[in-house]
Design a protein around this ligand. Structure first.
Ligand code: ADP
Ligand code: MG
Ligand code: ZN
Length: 660
């Protein structure tokens, strides 16, 4: 290809060059030529079919009254292109040598020309038109070559876009985008938490280390294991760690790499991949996002021939290869429910390894692993960060550490501090602070009451989670303020009371608006959504309603992604379900309103504090909450008007009281 391009460029340049050179030769009229001939100024004439090339002999020096005429001696020779260009080059050489001027004129049908030349003693010659076949053929082919080159270029670009060499012409000689790593450099130490998953994978590592041990006893080897879990929990990382631990070659590619525009390409890629892997055994083949090819085939609506062929090829390759050679296939997906059943049966991905969201200990461990990568102050308490991040995946936590480091740099600190981490958590959860958002006093006050409403209901209901932080500084992910809650201990299931309390806490924001300002704002939409989702799952999935009892009305479609539910019941029952959900929500809202009405004084106190400070910690909140509680308890009998002094007074008394 490149040779072709270079040749083309050279030829084109030669043409341009030649043309320019040719133009330098001046053209004279035939009669002018005859005049010069008569005057004896012509030294050499070369007769060509259509023109005469005339070399003029010029007076160069006047020596002793004689005019010395220099006659150039033409030299034969010159390269291929010279001849091809009609001796332009040769003439130029002559010209340079003799400083003679070369001109040309059109050839006239002049029968006396020869006689005239002889008469004046002019040297003459006829040029022999050497037909250069190579040149001629090249000239003829050039356009085709150019077009062909262009075509190749386009095809390259296209197949580049489609991934690999599997273009129109390349079917079968596919070159799957396989990322082969001799050493992944990742070990189980880099994967924190996920102890069960690691344990299951250790066996695979052991098998890759010494397959003979297993062969000797006649144990069938696991052919494949499927890592299943929500996004960002470290599935990809773990697959790499297996390869790293076993120190074997790691082939990795993504399921979507197989799916091509042309039917059959994906299948041939699968074949290719297994062939390569067999040569490199022992090794690991890792197919990430396997749901892209492994989608169940019985879906009538959007059947996809290409994908099915690819899947079939994968199935037959998995059946065909000899696992005793030490090839293990790992797959990863976050949508196990859509996988074709054939992929999951024994002898294929027969092992399923769940990689779940980390629990408290797991989160702290993950934070520790990533904290090693940054300079961190000794005083940092990672377990506190772990506590306020329930539901965060490993990727989120890794991201938080990085955000904290970035924040530390912004703050011109040498090492990461606790407050950088706290800020990072909030950035990941709620986005960056929006300092330029200007809220009116009134709006800000409503937000303060709203957030305190959540926090207060939470504190008043012992089943709800304690408050970690309350803020009314708006953030970029759309919140005007929020309450950060941290469960005291990790919960793996919830009781009905806890769920009802949670719903009431969600309702607390709107309830506060209602109780204090008697307004409704749009700020509660997220709360409503969350509360509704919880109430609905209580009825439809957890059997927590009197009306339906232990009846499943909905099932979760994809558990690891958005968790959207699919309704399993008739429309009539669906309507009843909605009614039941509405009832729960109404009850919880009433409960929140009642709680806040009973404690309106307390709410006011805390909300005004928050309004002024914009951010308060959980400790500050609890202090105000408790102080208020004691104050109200003490002034239960006396008149309300004494409160201001009473509020001030206990501050001093409180410390010893608490010490007891
Ligand atoms: P998945 O494949 O499950 O979507 P990844 O393996 O790509 O998730 O994880 C993304 C990143 O998150 C990893 O590169 C790693 O930095 C971090 N991470 C996730 N889980 C863990 C874990 N258990 N331990 C340490 N780091 C983790
Ligand atoms: Mg992944
Ligand atoms: Zn709210």
């Amino acid at each position: 290809m490149s040779v072709l391009v270079i040749a083309t460029i050279v030829i084109v340049l030669q043409l341009i060059f030649g043309a320019l050179m040719g133009d330098r030769t001046e053209r004279i009229q035939y009669n002018e030529f005859l005049e010069k001939l008569e005057a004896g100024e012509v030294a050499l004439v070369e007769v060509q079919p259509d023109r005469l090339i005339i070399t003029l002999a010029e007076p160069v020096e006047e020596a002793g009254g004689f005019t010395v005429r220099v006659t150039p001696t033409p030299e034969p020779g010159g390269g291929f292109f010279d001849r091809a260009m009609g001796n332009v080059m040769t003439r130029q050489a002559d010209q340079a040598a003799a400083q003679a001027v070369v001109v040309y004129t059109g050839r006239m049908p002049d029968p006396e020309l020869l006689a005239r030349l002889q008469r004046h003693g002019v040297e003459y010659k006829a040029s022999i038109q050497t037909v250069n076949y190579f040149w001629m053929i090249l000239q003829f082919l050039l356009p085709f070559l150019l077009i062909f080159g262009f075509f190749i270029l386009i095809r390259r670009t296209m197949s580049g876009m489609m991934g690999g060499r599997g273009g129109i012409m390349g079917i079968g000689q596919s070159n799957a985008k396989v990322y082969m790593e001799k050493k992944t450099g990742v070990t189980f130490n880099d994967v924190a938490g996920q102890e069960e998953a690691k344990e299951s994978l250790t066996e695979i590592v052991d098998f890759l280390h010494n397959p003979d041990k297993y062969v000797a006893i006649g144990a069938q080897q696991p052919k494949g294991a499927l890592l299943v879990g929500p996004p960002g929990t470290g599935k990809t990382l773990m697959a790499k760690a297996v390869a790293g631990e076993a120190s074997v070659v790691f082939f990795s590619l993504s399921g979507s790499d197989f799916v091509e525009m042309f039917v059959g390409v994906g299948a041939s890629r699968v074949r290719d991949l297994f062939k390569q892997a067999a040569q490199q055994a022992p090794c690991i083949i890792f197919i990430d996002e396997i749901d892209a090819i492994g989608k169940s085939r019985d879906n009538q609506l959007n059947s996809n021939d290409e994908r099915e062929q690819t899947l079939n090829q994968l199935l037959s390759e998995m059946d065909g290869f000899d696992s005793s050679k030490g090839v293990v296939i790992l797959g990863a997906t976050n949508r196990p429910e859509i996988l074709d059943k054939a992929l999951l049966r024994p002898g294929r991905f027969d092992r399923r390894i769940n990689v779940e969201l980390p629990d408290l200990k797991g989160r702290v461990d993950i934070l520790k692993v990533h904290a090693k990568k940054v300079k961190m102050s000794d005083k940092v308490d990672l377990s506190r960060i772990g506590k306020i991040t329930p539901g965060a995946a490993g990727a989120d936590l890794a991201n938080m550490i990085n955000e904290a480091a970035l924040h530390a740099v912004r703050m011109k600190r040498q090492e990461v501090q606790q407050e950088d981490l706290m800020e990072a958590v909030e950035v990941v959860i709620a986005g960056k602070e929006k300092k330029d958002r200007i809220m009116t006093e009134k709006e800000k006050r409503i937000v303060a009451y709203h957030e305190v409403g959540h926090a207060l209901v939470s504190a008043l209901l012992k089943d709800a989670k304690p408050v970690e932080k309350i803020t009314i500084i708006p953030r970029t992910k759309g919140s005007l303020g929020y309450v950060l809650q941290a469960p005291e201990e990790e919960r793996f299931m919830s009781t009905k009371d806890e769920m009802l309390a949670e719903i009431a806490v969600s309702m607390g924001g709107r309830a506060a608006e209602q109780v204090h300002f008697d307004v409704m704002t749009t700020g509660a939409s997220n709360d409503i959504e969350k509360a509704t989702r919880m109430a609905r799952s209580m009825v439809s999935m957890y059997g927590m309603s009197d009306k339906f009892g232990m009846m499943n009305l909905e099932s979760v479609g994809n558990r690891y992604l958005d968790g959207r539910a699919v309704l399993n019941v008739s429309d009539a029952t669906g309507a009843d379900l909605d009614k039941e959900v509405g009832k729960i929500l109404q009850e919880c809202y009433t409960r929140a309103v009642n709680l806040l009405q009973e404690n309106e004084h307390k709410m006011k106190e805390i909300a005004e504090y928050l309004f002024n400070k914009e951010t308060m910690t959980g400790d500050e909140f609890m202090e105000l909450y408790k102080k208020e509680a004691e104050a109200t308890a003490e002034v239960e009998a006396p008149a309300e008007m004494e409160t201001p002094t009473e509020v001030e007074a206990p501050t001093e008394v409180e410390a010893p009281a608490e010490a007891e």
